[in-house]
Design a protein around this ligand. Sequence first.
Ligand SMILES: [Zn+2]
Length: 214
Amino acid sequence: MRVACLLSFLLICGEVLAQPKITVVDQVSITAAHLLTPPAGTDRLILSVVHLDGSGWQPEPVLHALRQATAILSQCGVGIVGVEWVSLATQPHYLDFSTPLARELVRLHPVAKPAIYLVRDTANRRAYDAEAFGRANSPTRPELADTIWVTVGARDLGIVFAHELAHVLMDSGEHSNEPGNLMRSETAPANTALSVTQCTRLRDTARENGLLRR
Ligand SMILES: [Zn+2]
């Protein structure tokens, strides 16, 4: 009897010590019908969106922005045909982007990539509204490859999603000076165009990296 009591005490203690840092509070599949994906695409893209509870993000503007990003990428024949949305309750220090904590978060709750993380803010000194990690710029932080981190309040959100996704799909941080181009360094509502060359590169690289399905 005493042994049983001692054992159960140890088990309870063990559970308390191993308290999860991350719990799933919501999970939703957003379909092509919800994303208004044009049917004529040559390549299919499925995204993960990771929402952090307490980050301040609301689902409606995100869905609107995902639709806009879907429309923008469709000019390259890429159709976003599904988004796996997961909402996570985390310890508060994960709410703001920093490379070490972002790596930890990705390790603790892996999702299919490419993945967009909706965070509260950034702890980086050079504060960007959004950051994308390709494979070429992530050899020292492999967990972050093919992820995008966007802070709440980022303007022109649909353009931001499409711009950062294009960085990931092209595995390139390159920007364009062409007027109206999506890859201008300043995102703006009028900058939505991708050239034929950019589209070819985007599809070729993303297919090679297994990020697009035909
Ligand atoms: Zn950029």
